[in-house]
Design a protein around this ligand. Structure first.
Ligand SMILES: Cc1cc2nc3c(=O)[nH]c(=O)nc-3n(C[C@H](O)[C@H](O)[C@H](O)COP(=O)(O)OP(=O)(O)OC[C@H]3O[C@@H](n4cnc5c(N)ncnc54)[C@H](O)[C@@H]3O)c2cc1C
Length: 437
């Protein structure tokens, strides 16, 4: 069959770029027809995964599944189609005194993508993954049947789909439980850590904070390895806000977000510029500790402030590399990882360290388990596969694994952990690369 919707498609890291059929529909009948007339198809939300997880021979884009179904203000439950973005949900719920229990580092992801990757935030140790707050969802399977899935109904499909990377069908809509907030602000403490020992100690001391994250300067060597800024936060109560923020405490002013207009030439981002960036970032805070109130956008989504920031890596793109390592091996493995990166000269602009809490054993396809997780960005260049191989060696030796939503080139032994998802109808390029089909 000849398909008229063949186009170039790529996800957030602009690597890989493929030419495949991508189509969007907004009615169940049309989606069913799409499923029944294609083989090897995969759902795509907003393409914010970094690699090839939402690329396939045939791609169903959930963009037109963008409608809200209901909002129960009394009980804090929202129901919407799967292509609705978290940013759209926040616009509606924050002024009403609600927030998402779990949100990743960008709000521009779809509800379908949040369930399929079972995304985590800065609060995994305290509040788990996105799925903890999914009450139910509707999914259309390989035969075109629409099934309502929850912990009590079609529970097997419910749990296989959580973190199942789109391999069990197309999620059509979902009902989600929301969190009460009094204000749109976060009470934040930002602490400078001089090295890895200090930042690990700070993580342990901060376990009773809801949100914790550390940004690491990954080009430091010797006694400075692990130099970082740890940010911890809580949703601010109205009474504790400074007086000027107390009026309209649930409404933020609209902000201008600059845009990167084109792909930067490849040479602009190099070891030198990454070093300068890291130096400025670490030193933007003069004192050891700063306590303040910041709005939720700045706390949860600092990267969203610059639209299309992925273009700074140039046309060849970049990869994100995110692993989790069991807690007991955390410090030793992170030291080796950071030393390997510093020695390679292939610096990462962003290196974000978080602590995961215990996993929910029912959600067996979810990436997180109790341990430390580090996310790194690397520009594509000829030396990168060698660095990835070295990092994979360390992750493997310490019993870790790689987040499928970020993976583009890691070895299958670190990425083939999904269960009960094999289905010849729903196949991503990622699973083919890993060798699961
Ligand atoms: C700046 C940035 C920061 C990030 N920070 C985090 C973070 O802190 N924590 C975290 O967990 N992730 C993080 N991510 C990754 C991102 O949250 C996930 O990759 C998320 O799944 C992307 O959702 P999406 O809607 O863009 O889906 P896509 O990227 O299009 O797809 C992701 C996966 O979901 C599947 N999928 C999408 N829609 C559906 C559907 N309707 N039905 C069935 N399957 C579907 C796809 O097949 C694919 O396997 C970050 C990404 C970026 C760009």
């Amino acid at each position: 069959m000849k398909h008229e919707f063949i186009q170039k498609v790529t996800n957030w890291s602009n690597f890989p770029v493929v030419e495949k059929e991508m189509k969007s529909e907004d009615s169940v009948n049309k989606i069913r027809e799409f499923i029944l007339t294609r083989n090897e198809l995969i759902a795509r939300g907003n393409g914010r995964c970094y690699g090839d997880a939402s690329l396939g021979e045939h791609i169903f884009s959930a963009k037109r599944l963008n409608k809200f179904i209901s909002f129960d203000r009394l009980n804090g439950i929202i129901e919407c189609e799967s292509g609705v973005l978290l940013s759209d949900i926040l616009e509606i719920i924050v002024p009403q005194g609600y927030f998402l229990y779990v949100t990743p580092g960008t709000k521009f992801i779809s509800v379908g993508g949040a369930i399929a990757s079972d995304v985590h935030g800065k609060n995994h140790h305290a509040e788990g993954c996105f799925s903890e707050y999914v009450i139910e969802f509707d999914i259309i399977n390989e035969r075109g049947d629409v099934l309502k899935c929850s912990r009590d109904g079609n529970a097997e499909l419910f749990w296989a789909t959580i973190g199942g990377m789109g391999l069990t069908g197309i999620i059509l809509s979902a009902k989600i439980k929301l969190k009460n907030i009094e204000t749109a602000y976060i009470r934040q403490e930002s602490i400078k850590a001089e090295n890895l020992d200090e930042v690990f100690r700070l993580f342990e001391e901060s376990e009773d904070w809801t949100y914790n994250v550390a940004w690491i300067d990954c080009l430091q060597k010797g006694k400075n390895v692990g130099r970082s800024l740890l940010m911890r936060g809580e949703h601010a109560l109205k009474a504790e806000l400074p007086a000027k923020l107390q009026n309209n405490a649930l409404r933020l002013k609209k902000k201008f977000s600059p845009m990167v207009p084109f792909h930067f030439p490849g040479f602009i981002l190099n070891a030198f510029t990454v070093k300068i960036f890291n130096l400025l970032y670490y030193n933007k805070q003069q004192s050891k500790e700063v306590k303040n109130f910041i709005d939720y956008e700045k706390f949860f989504y600092p990267l969203d402030a610059v639209q299309d920031w992925n273009k700074i890596y140039g046309k060849k793109g970049f990869i994100q590399y995110q692993m989790v390592i069991p807690k007991e091996n955390g410090k030793e493995s992170m030291r080796k990882i950071l030393e390997t990166i510093a020695a390679s000269g292939n610096g990462s602009f962003l290196a974000v360290l978080k602590l995961f809490g215990k996993n929910n054993p029912m959600a067996y396809n979810s990436f997180p388990f109790e341990g430390y997780t580090l996310a790194l960005d690397f520009k594509i260049n000829s030396k990168l596969p060698q660095l990835v191989n070295q990092l994979d060696d360390i992750v493997e030796a310490y019993g870790g694994r790689i987040y499928l939503s970020k993976d583009s080139m890691s070895r299958p032994s670190l990425t083939n952990y999904l269960q009960n998802v094999r289905n010849p109808k729903f196949v991503s390029l990622q699973q083919k690369r890993i060798g699961n089909y």
